[in-house]
Design a protein around this ligand. Structure first.
Ligand code: ADP
Ligand code: MG
Length: 708
């Protein structure tokens, strides 16, 4: 039985237009161990094609290729990968070393693919490299070696797994004559060590030292000459140790050991080498991801920061032991109504509906019975004494309220957009300046009884005052009308401004506040009856307040305080806004993902040759996929880490900036934003890497090796 037997092998290359090109035509030949075979022939005669078939790189042929009596055609993909890894050693004309790996890593790559221990790898590589005179080059990169050195490295790589057959396709084609002789000596030595060496060559001189010359022409063998005078050089120091010796460690016990493959550690190491080799490109790509991650984190932080700020503002305007009840415009509750949803809520805020006299006892009753039925733990019951009234009207719409004042002897007027009565929980702490307005008092200067009013800073500026504090103490005439035409009552009253209300987010509004009892007495004095638009229930505890608020939210037609309503409206608007921002950030992430995809895709075509080499060495599809996926994972991880660090730094700076300008920072960072960003970065990178990785895995090894 021959080591290698080829029977009736035909190879056709399929050309585009359904035609074929016949590259090998009925090849019949067999080879034995220890032969040093030169294959010669014109360019295009089919030499490389034959080598690729023997090497298991190309399975698309007819006929038999038997290795040790076993037909290659019977091999499954896995066995074929294994065959390339263990049985065959390839040496190429253009060396095909992997540029970003060290000499040591290049030589041991086949062992890496089998997950051999580092120490064993180093030991083997050192031995072989020493025999080839390269013991001092372990750490170098391929570009730092001469052509002859590179080819010796390639030979070391081919020998590392102690294959039975060495296939060398024009190994001396790129070398000068002196180096050619060196390489030929090595090839001869390998053959003399008992391996089958098949070498493609152009030169008759190279052929002349071999033990056998096979000549191809147009896909046929036209000469097969065995040299009777071939001198086998016996030498002690074999290039590769005997197979049995070195595999004892792997064989171990009696159980057939599971075949080992590229480990995650090695995949990471290989990826890191390559990423470092193209670090500028990777850095720029990471920058793109980083920017979208930073914007995503900042947008989330702004969203939650602003919401939190508005919530806390609403909190500061309410008292935890007071329940506010307002009526909701019917339209707001009717989803089919034109003013449903947010629009309806705004309408009911602008035009609060007054409570009727019968309604208030009914509300008390409803709340109390709900408390009794559903909340046995709460002893508190609402009584009429706990209730204070409030009134508010968006007078600006009908221009039914205004403030008249005198500037430099000239009469001026400003509308009051909102006329409110001061809620019972409102304190001077919540005002910008001055005191709460109360009952009319005797003014010492004029000897008149003057009403009291608070205004917003905007009204102060309407009065032509630079500082709103200057409005305090000013005497103005307040004109308001109350009720519906024709029963509307006109009120005109001289008032003194006692304080400036803080309307924070509605700072551009013309707002005035009066004491409820005072407003009531004015309406009554003019022949009307004031109906409240708000009820304030003083409860016994925060828990009771929360419970009653819950009961109210289940009662048709009623709602909580204006401030809370406004706050919830704002947070609702804000969350819509944050969703929009998040979508933008999401789009930028998708863009980053496409960018990663493009870069990885390009890197696959840049590394086509490398992939071909890996496959010729026995890398499985899965190994190639693993290397590329690991790389995209690492890109995602690095970009993510850089992104969150930068987001932290930028976020911190923004917080400082906002604090120094506004006195508060509308950003709040949660740890899970960073985790989310990191996770997303890894996920999108891995997703983006899937396609290039599977493309790389599917590359045809022969074509890849031919790739320029
Ligand atoms: P050699 O190595 O002897 O120079 P090859 O084995 O590379 O020749 O090629 C043999 C013939 O097959 C040549 O004519 C070449 O053009 C053709 N050939 C090689 N590869 C392909 C391919 N992928 N598709 C079509 N024709 C090919
Ligand atoms: Mg060729």
């Amino acid at each position: 039985m021959s080591e290698l037997e080829i029977n009736h092998v035909y190879k056709d290359y399929k050309l585009g237009n359904k035609s074929k090109f016949n590259a090998l035509n009925d090849i019949n030949i067999s080879f034995e161990k220890g032969e040093l075979v030169s294959i010669i022939g014109e360019s295009g005669s089919g030499k490389s094609t034959l080598m690729n078939l023997i090497g298991g790189l190309d399975s698309d042929y007819t006929g038999e290729i038997k290795i040790g009596g076993i037909d290659l055609k019977t091999f499954k993909e896995k066995q074929l990968d294994d065959y390339r890894k263990k049985k065959i050693g390839f040496v190429f004309q253009s060396f095909n070393l992997i540029p970003h790996l060290s000499i040591l890593d290049n030589v041991t790559i086949a062992l890496t693919l089998s997950d051999v221990k580092e120490s064993v790898k180093l030991e083997k590589a050192k031995t072989i490299l020493a025999k080839l005179g390269l013991e001092n080059q372990l750490k170098k990169k391929p570009t730092q070696l001469s052509g002859g050195q590179k080819q010796r490295v390639a030979i070391a790589r081919a020998l590392i797994n102690d294959p039975d057959i060495i296939l060398a396709d024009e190994p001396t084609g790129s070398l000068d004559s002196a180096t050619t002789l060196q390489i030929l000596d090595i090839m001869k030595e390998i053959a003399d060590d008992g391996k089958l060496v098949i070498m493609v060559t152009h030169s008759e001189k190279v052929a002349s030292i071999s033990s056998r010359v096979v000549e191809l022409a147009d896909g046929k063998i036209i000469r097969d000459e065995i040299k009777p005078d071939y001198q086998k050089n016996e030498h002690k120091d074999k290039l590769v140790e005997e197979k049995a010796e070195e595999t004892t460690e792997e064989k171990g016990g009696n159980k057939p050991k599971k075949e080992k493959h590229l480990s995650v550690y090695s995949a990471v190491r290989l990826s890191l080498h390559n990423m470092w080799a193209s670090r500028t490109k990777n850095f720029l790509m990471a920058l793109g991801v980083t920017i979208s991650l930073i914007s995503m984190i900042l947008m989330l932080a702004f969203g939650s920061g602003l919401t939190g700020y508005i919530d806390s503002l609403a909190q500061s305007y309410s008292n935890p032991t007071i329940v506010t009840v307002n009526k909701v415009d019917e339209m707001a509750d009717d989803p089919s109504g034109g003013m449903g949803g947010l629009g309806g809520e705004i309408m009911s805020l602008l035009n609060p509906t007054p409570f009727t006299d019968e309604e208030i006892p009914q509300i008390i009753e409803n709340i109390n019975s709900a408390l009794e039925e559903k909340y046995p733990n709460i002893e508190y019951r609402v009584s009429q004494d706990d209730i204070k009234y409030g009134f508010s009207a968006a007078t600006g719409i009908t221009k039914s309220a205004s403030i008249n004042f005198t500037v430099d002897g000239e009469e001026k007027s400003s509308n009051i957009f909102y006329l409110y009565t001061t809620p019972p929980y409102y304190t001077e702490e919540q005002m910008l300046a001055g005191e709460l307005a109360g009952q009319p008092k005797l003014d010492e200067e004029s000897g008149e009884m003057l009403g009291e009013i608070m205004v917003s800073a905007k009204i102060a500026s309407e009065m032509g005052l630079e500082n709103y504090e200057d409005a305090i103490g000013q005497i103005v005439t307040v004109k308001a009308s109350y009720g519906q035409f024709p029963n509307a009552i006109s009120i005109e009253q001289k008032c003194k401004i006692t304080g400036i209300v803080d309307v924070s987010m509605f700072e551009t509004m013309l707002v005035a506040y009066l004491d409820y009892d005072y407003f009531d007495s004015m309406v009554t004095a003019n022949g009307g009856t004031l109906s409240p638009t708000s009820l304030y229930i003083q409860t016994d505890s925060e828990a009771t307040t929360d419970t009653i608020n819950l009961i109210l939210s289940g009662m048709q037609g009623y709602t909580g305080s204006v401030e809370n309503q406004m706050a919830s409206m704002f947070t609702e608007m804000l969350s819509t806004f944050s969703i929009a921002l998040a979508i933008i950030a999401g789009i930028s992430l998708i863009v980053a993902m496409i960018m990663i995809l493009v870069v990885l895709y390009m890197s696959v075509s840049e590394r086509t040759r490398e992939i071909g080499v890996l496959k010729s060495i026995g890398a499985r599809k899965r190994d190639i996929k693993k290397i590329f996926t690991t790389e995209s994972f690492l890109i995602g991880l690095f970009s993510g880490l850089v992104g969150i660090v930068f987001a932290g730094v930028v976020g911190g700076l923004l917080v400082l900036l906002f604090n120094s300008i506004l006195g508060f920072a509308p950003l709040s960072f949660h740890w899970y934003y960073f985790l989310l960003a990191l996770g997303l970065s890894v996920v999108i990178s891995v997703l983006a890497g899937l396609y290039p990785a599977s493309k790389a895995a599917k590359l045809d090894p022969v074509e890849s090796l031919r790739h320029e």
